[in-house]
Design a protein around this ligand. Structure first.
Ligand SMILES: [Zn+2]
Length: 158
């Protein structure tokens, strides 16, 4: 496990215990070079299947989700790290609920819900690709659906 501070390859485990709430083993490590301490989590890789629009299945790929969200979030207030964290949260929420299979449509809706709460521009961009708006009317409907929420946010900022 590489040290996150100096990238040194070797570290030693100083403590190891179950982290039951996330079904993982938590290890405290100490870098053998810079002596800094960090924590790692070892988890079982339970796969999640995505049912596509054509009825076939594919493995849930976090990187694919991140890639799609990154494209929507470019030049918005959502950083790549936030996208990664969000993708991780979406997967771990599903796993925690015991979901082992999800429709691509439902997955898209979950992503959109998160983006809507975080950055409306990213939300609209993602929705454009995901929902495949047929015309400007559908796009405007999507924008109108978030407009009341937007006004509310502006009120709070004042
Ligand atoms: Zn180090």
């Amino acid at each position: 496990m590489k040290c996150p501070f100096c990238n040194h390859e070797e570290s030693k485990v100083t403590d190891s215990r179950d982290a039951l709430e996330i079904n993982a083993i938590r290890r405290r490590r100490e870098c053998c070079q810079c002596m800094r301490r960090f924590t790692t989590f070892e988890t079982v890789d339970l796969s999640l299947q995505v049912k596509k629009r054509d009825g076939t299945y594919e493995d849930f790929l976090q990187e694919k989700l991140i890639h799609g969200m990154d494209a929507a979030c470019r030049h918005t207030l959502i950083s790549h790290d936030q996208v990664r964290a969000l993708a991780y949260k979406i997967k771990s929420d599903l796993m925690a609920r015991g979901v082992r299979e999800i429709g691509s449509r439902e997955l898209g809706e979950i992503v959109m819900q998160h983006l809507k709460e975080t950055d409306v521009v990213a939300y609209i961009r993602f929705a454009c690709v995901y929902k495949r708006f047929k015309d400007i009317r559908e796009l405007l409907e999507a924008i109108r659906s978030i407009a009341p929420q937007q006004e509310l946010n502006e009120d709070v900022c004042r």
